[in-house]
Design a protein around this ligand. Structure first.
Ligand SMILES: Cc1cc2nc3c(=O)[nH]c(=O)nc-3n(C[C@H](O)[C@H](O)[C@H](O)COP(=O)(O)OP(=O)(O)OC[C@H]3O[C@@H](n4cnc5c(N)ncnc54)[C@H](O)[C@@H]3O)c2cc1C
Length: 311
C-alpha cells in the first residue's frame, strides 16, 4: 500500500467546488503524497488551481465532460486500482455519494461516510444531521472516506501553482447505460443565499406570509437577504432557492439570524457553520439554542420591529 492520499476533484461549469479545497488542505495536513484526481473533457486547465496537491492525475474523455455516475465510478475505480492509495477522499455530496459507494463495491474497499473530522487514526462521522458522532478506525489498508462540506477550512487547500500533471487514459467508457441529458439550474433571478454575508432566516414562527415583509425590511436594513426553513417553502411563501438545510442549501454567512426556527437536525445541517448564529424563539428549550452563539427567548413579533427601529 502506498502513502498516497487520493482526492477526487469535484467541479461544475468550470469551477472547482470548495469541498475539493477542504479535502486537499486536510490531506496536506495529514501528510504523505497528496494526489488530486481531475476528470473531465478539456478541463486540464483547472489543474493550476490544485497547487496544494503534489501531483494531479488528469483523465480526459468525452464521457467525463458532464457528471455521469457510471463513467465517474469506472474512472475513479481504475485510478484507484492502478495507484493503490492508502486513502481516497471524496466529497459527501450528491456527486460524491454516488462515486464513493460505487468504487467501494467495485474495489472491495471499506467506505466511511459522513466524515466531519480526522484525528490520527480516528475518523469521525457526523450522523443524523449532527445529532450523533461515530468514531471509526481502519486497519490502515486502502479505504474511502466521504467528507461533509464545511468540515475543514477550504483556504488551506486553495493554493494556485503548477503541480505535476500526469495524464491517465480513461477506462473503456463505451456502452454506458446512464447518459447525461441536461443540467437543470435553480430558478434564475433570485438571490443566491450561499454568498450572502447576512441572512435573516425565517421559520414557521412567522405564522403567515402577511408577516414576511417585516423580515424583508429587517434583512434590507442589515444589508442581507431572507432565507428560511422548509415549512416556509412548502407553504410557498418563499422560493426553494431560499431554503437552508439538508434538502436546501448549505450557507456560511457572517451572521445567521434564526427567527422562529426550532432547530431540527435537517435545518442545522445547512447553517451550523455560520460565523455567528443568533436565535430568537419563544421556547427556551428549542434545539436551535444548542447551536446559537447568542439566544434570545422572545416573541419575534416584538424582536423584529424593535431591531428594525433601532437600525
Ligand atoms: C428528509 C427531510 C429533509 C428535510 N430538509 C429540511 C431542510 O432542508 N431545511 C429545513 O429547514 N427543514 C428540513 N426538513 C424539515 C425539518 O425536519 C423540520 O420540520 C423543519 O426544519 C422545521 O421548521 P421550523 O423550525 O421553521 O418549524 P417548527 O419546527 O414548527 O418550529 C417553529 C419554531 O418557532 C417558534 N415560534 C413560534 N412562534 C414564535 C414567535 N412568535 N416568536 C418566536 N418563536 C416562535 C416555536 O417555538 C418553534 O421552535 C426536512 C425533513 C426531512 C424529513
Amino acid at each position: 500500500m502506498s502513502n498516497q492520499i487520493l482526492v477526487v476533484v469535484e467541479h461544475l461549469k468550470g469551477n472547482i467546488e470548495d469541498i475539493t479545497f477542504e479535502m486537499l488542505g486536510k490531506a496536506k495536513e495529514l501528510g504523505g503524497e497528496v494526489v488530486a484526481l481531475l476528470m473531465g473533457s478539456g478541463a486540464e486547465g483547472l489543474a493550476s488551481q490544485l497547487g496544494a496537491a503534489d501531483k494531479v492525475i488528469y483523465v480526459d474523455d468525452a464521457n467525463l465532460a458532464e457528471y455521469n455516475p457510471q463513467a465517474y465510478c469506472k474512472t475513479v475505480g481504475a485510478v484507484v486500482a492502478a495507484n493503490q492509495p492508502k486513502m481516497v477522499m471524496i466529497g459527501n455530496t450528491s456527486m460524491g455519494m454516488d462515486i464513493a459507494g460505487g468504487v467501494s463495491v467495485d474495489q472491495n474497499m471499506p467506505f466511511i461516510a459522513y466524515v466531519s473530522g480526522i484525528s490520527g487514526d480516528t475518523i469521525t462521522s457526523s450522523l443524523y444531521g449532527g445529532k450523533m458522532n461515530v468514531d471509526s478506525s481502519t486497519s490502515g489498508d486502502g479505504f474511502i472516506i466521504s467528507v461533509i462540506a464545511g468540515s475543514f477550512p477550504a483556504d488551506a487547500g486553495r493554493v494556485d501553482g503548477s503541480p505535476a500533471v500526469e495524464t491517465a487514459a480513461a477506462p473503456d467508457l463505451s456502452g454506458l447505460s446512464v447518459q447525461f441529458k441536461q443540467l437543470i439550474e435553480p430558478e434564475g433571478g433570485d438571490v443566491d443565499i450561499t454568498t450572502q454575508e447576512v441572512l435573516v432566516s425565517i421559520g414557521r414562527g412567522i405564522q403567515s406570509d402577511e408577516n414576511m415583509p417585516m423580515a424583508e425590511e429587517l434583512a434590507a436594513k442589515l444589508g442581507g437577504a431572507v432565507s428560511c426553513s422548509r415549512p416556509i417553502v412548502d407553504s410557498k411563501w418563499l422560493a426553494k432557492t431560499r431554503q437552508v438545510g439538508k434538502s436546501g442549501l448549505k450557507v456560511k454567512p457572517k451572521l445567521y439570524l434564526a427567527l422562529g426556527i426550532s432547530g431540527a437536525p435537517e435545518h442545522i445541517e445547512g447553517m451550523k457553520d455560520a460565523d455567528l448564529i443568533v436565535a430568537v424563539n419563544t421556547d427556551p428549550n428549542a434545539p436551535i439554542f444548542d447551536y446559537a452563539h447568542y439566544g434570545i427567548v422572545q416573541d419575534i413579533f416584538d424582536f423584529i420591529p424593535a431591531l428594525s427601529d433601532k437600525l
